[in-house]
Write a protein that binds this ligand. Structure first.
Ligand code: RIB
Ligand code: CA
Length: 323
């Protein structure tokens, strides 16, 4: 029995590895891939997804282009991090595959309606998702899991001290998604760092697999490896989207989780895009009423606090070991 997946992505180099993991997962059937503006333009993200599908012999999976900018904010690209093409400046040849006709938001709605119980995995800004739940709120109960690579759980952000890129890029859309009732499982950026990043020896192990996906993973993430060193001084390949995909494929890889009210900061510039977690359930405490009127009075998000690093990496190696 296969599990239907729907993946929304701003396809840069780590997204591409997450796509490979989903395509290689034995009991996962990727029904569609929808592209959102983020790391790179929606055109470039679409091309990168088609290149990745071609690498995996999965050209039959439809790829739909979606929002080409955030709902309100000016788009900010991450080309300094992922390279001008989003793929480590590898400039892969033009893919054979073509983008599917129709807008990604319509495709999200139709694919969810056609596959009740589907798992939705988001790897980029939540613009398409915010638009989809606004257009068709009836899809919310049809989604069994919505695994979001986004935010940080009381940890430093990568684009500002308070915020992670996917949420920061389109905080209004993120707030729409987080307040929509979707069964969100939040996998924050902090979970791909430190011991979850690939060491030089582990990168050598990936290279030794000597498959096209293994070489592709290291080659297209070369800019990301350099950027992590510039950003934090760590010599470590941090792969946030693949970590989120690992928890989507095997929920038990999230070793510690709990449910909380989580809302998104949209008013402040200092904390724009912060994922504010009501970890102590202040919202539920009458004594807090006088000074805090929370919008969310109930838990809406399952926050992942810790992953099983060994099993995350083992799943990655298994996915890359197949040509
Ligand atoms: O902050 C990390 C996220 O932003 C990842 O999804 C990465 O691909 C970028 O989109
Ligand atoms: Ca991404």
């Amino acid at each position: 029995m296969t599990r239907p997946f729907l993946i929304d992505t701003d396809t840069a180099s780590d997204d591409a590895v997450a796509l490979i993991m989903a395509l290689r997962a034995p009991d996962v059937e990727v029904k569609a891939i929808t592209i959102v503006s983020g790391n790179v333009t929606v055109e470039q993200g679409t091309r990168n997804a088609l290149v990745t599908l071609e690498l995996c012999g999965a050209g039959h999976i439809p790829v739909y282009a979606g929002a080409d900018r955030p709902l309100l904010r000016e788009p900010e690209r991450a080309e300094w991090f992922h390279g001008a093409d989003g793929m480590g400046n590898q400039y892969y040849p033009e893919p054979q595959g073509k983008v599917a006709p129709g807008h990604a938001v319509d495709a999200l709605i139709e694919t969810i309606k056609a596959n009740p119980g589907i798992t939705l995995v988001t790897l980029g800004p939540l613009t398409n998702i915010g638009l989809a739940v606004a257009r068709a709120p009836e899809i919310v109960p049809l989604v069994s899991r919505c695994v979001v690579m986004g935010g940080t759980a009381w940890a430093v952000g990568n684009v500002t001290p308070a915020a992670e890129f996917n949420i920061w890029q389109d905080p209004e859309a993120a707030r729409m998604a987080f307040r929509s009732g979707l069964p969100i499982e939040m996998v924050g950026w902090e979970l791909c760092r430190f011991d979850a990043g690939l060491t030089l020896a582990e990168m050598d192990h990936v290279r030794s697999l000597n498959t096209r996906p293994a070489h592709f993973t290291l080659d297209c993430n070369r800019s990301a490896l350099e950027a992590v060193f510039v950003q934090s001084g760590a010599l470590s390949l941090e792969l946030p989207d693949p970590v989120a995909m690992a928890t989507a494929i095997d929920p038990s890889i999230c070793a510690r989780k709990s449910r909380h009210a989580v809302d998104i900061e949209t008013q402040s510039e200092l904390t724009r895009g912060m994922t504010v977690i009501d970890q102590l359930d202040n919202a539920g405490d009458e004594r807090n009423r006088p000074h805090w009127r929370p919008v969310l009075e109930r838990a809406n998000v399952t926050v992942c606090w810790e992953i099983d690093v060994l099993r995350w990496k083992q799943m990655l190696y298994e996915a890359l070991a197949v040509d």
